[in-house]
Design a protein around this ligand. Structure first.
Ligand code: SAJ
Length: 420
């Protein structure tokens, strides 16, 4: 087996579970992160992110001595780069984390090593990473100049795991292996086969990069279609949920679900990597992003109309006396991740604009994060339904699905997920 020591650069939502799973297969794993606090937490056998069962796997890996974190790269046989690839203000991809990760591992590379880029990346990023490595290590040869005879093997193998199911999907999902040469792909397969039970399918690096972007864009376009339908149906006085369930009875139709917008760290970002490379061709992909990004404001406008209607029907009240309750803050159901969440953004904007009280129900958290504390009161469903005049359902958490029509009878309801 060519891999005794494996290094994972970037110990976030993808890097940490990947490092822990390699360690659980009794490989020596060095996790590297620029954040000293993250490194300290992991070295105590704890985790700094939320993912079911990850705490146990990391704890076992650290206490058994297979996983160790550090702020500085050390020699290893394989390096997996799993750092963020955000976009800049103009939706241009920001490769600066990949650049600094490559430059940080370059000094410890040795002949025979494998470097894998796992971060979701625009087409061409793997070649760019290879160029940075080659520039830093002129004493070693790389696939872009030496093909199958290179000292260093390089591949792009995008992660495709679903937050909340990461440990299962890491093992079970098929893996796209985009080597810069065929030997690069073969070495990458032997690395992933340490824990992957799904198929490892070989392609080139550019196709692997585009494949990951395509998967998330496909979902984004699908959700945009559902969101556009929801706004059309609102105008035409048609129940969009009924409409979609009827249309989905057709054997070749499978429409996704509308919602308050698209959140998370991937689907709302990755399509821009296609648009930025091919702006003239990627028209549908861009429009889908714009439709999904416009949905939160549409929901806020609905709430404003509901407040105005309520005041008209209750002329003795002022807007200060109208209480709004927002149900759900997470970016999708049954998780506690509030980052990049349209529900959280909508709630924050409602709190800013509304003169009266704004209550929040989020069963997956115990305290509101600092940026959401101003004017918002965290409470439970029962209390919120009792106090609120207007109820806005933003996330279809399982706790909310069991609320009955009877309990909702005295509130004005804006249901962005169609569960009530
Ligand atoms: N959403 C809808 N309607 C739907 C489905 C989802 O409005 O019918 C919304 C969700 O509420 C959420 C957002 O879309 O705000 C994204 O949620 P998601 O469950 O579709 O995806 P993520 O962001 O949690 O994970 C995605 C996955 N990609 C695909 O399913 C194609 C995952 O496999 C990727 O690994 C991940 O992105 C990633 O890291 O790229």
């Amino acid at each position: 087996m060519p891999f005794t020591t494996i290094s994972v650069i970037g110990l976030g939502y993808i890097g940490l579970p990947t490092a822990a799973v390699f360690a659980s297969r009794k490989k020596q794993v060095i996790g590297v992160d620029v954040n000293q606090n993250t490194v300290d937490i992991i070295n105590r056998g704890q985790i700094h992110i939320v993912e079911p069962d990850l705490d146990m796997v990391v704890h076992a890996a650290v206490t058994e001595g297979y996983l160790r974190a550090s702020t500085h790269p050390e020699p290893a046989d394989a390096f997996l780069i799993a750092v963020p690839t955000p976009f800049k203000g103009d939706y241009e991809p920001d490769l600066s984390y990949i650049e600094s990760a490559s430059k940080s591992i370059a000094p410890v590379l040795k002949k025979g090593d494998l470097v894998i880029l796992e971060s979701t990346s625009p087409v061409g990023a793997t070649e760019q990473m290879a160029a940075w490595l080659a520039e830093a290590r002129p004493d070693l040869s790389f696939p872009q100049t030496h093909g199958e005879n290179s000292d260093i093997r390089i591949a792009h193998c995008p992660e495709r795991v679903l937050p909340g199911h990461v440990l299962r999907e890491l093992v079970q999902n098929d893996r796209v292996i985009g080597g810069m040469t065929s030997k690069c792909s073969q070495l990458a397969i032997s690395l992933y086969k340490i824990f992957v039970q799904g198929e490892c399918i070989v392609t080139n690096a550019r196709t692997a990069e585009m494949c990951k972007l395509t998967e998330n864009s496909s979902r984004d376009v699908g959700i945009a279609f559902a969101n556009e339908l929801s706004m059309i149906c609102d105008k035409l006085d048609i129940n969009v949920w009924e409409l979609i369930s009827l249309a989905n009875r057709h054997p070749r139709v499978n429409i996704l679900q509308p919602g308050p917008g698209v959140g998370g760290h991937c689907i709302a970002v990755d399509p821009w990597f296609i648009v930025s490379k091919t702006p003239e061709q990627a028209r549908l992909i861009r429009t889908a992003r714009e439709v999904n990004d416009s949905k939160p404001q549409w929901v806020i406008d609905k709430v404003k109309i509901a407040v105005a209607d309520f005041l008209q029907a209750n002329p003795d009240k002022t807007s200060k006396e109208v209480t709004i309750a927002c149900f759900g803050l997470a970016f999708k159901p049954d998780i506690d991740d509030l980052r990049e969440s349209p529900a959280a953004a909508i709630t924050q904007k409602i709190a800013k604009a509304h003169a009266g009280r704004v209550l929040v129900v989020e069963p997956n958290i115990e305290v509101l994060p600092k940026n959401l504390q101003e004017k918002l009161e965290l409470t439970n469903s029962e209390h919120a339904l009792q106090e609120a005049n207007i109820v806005v359902l933003l996330v279809d958490h399982k706790e909310f699905k069991s609320i009955s029509k009877y309990q909702l009878a005295s509130n004005v309801i804006i249901d962005t997920k169609g569960i009530w």
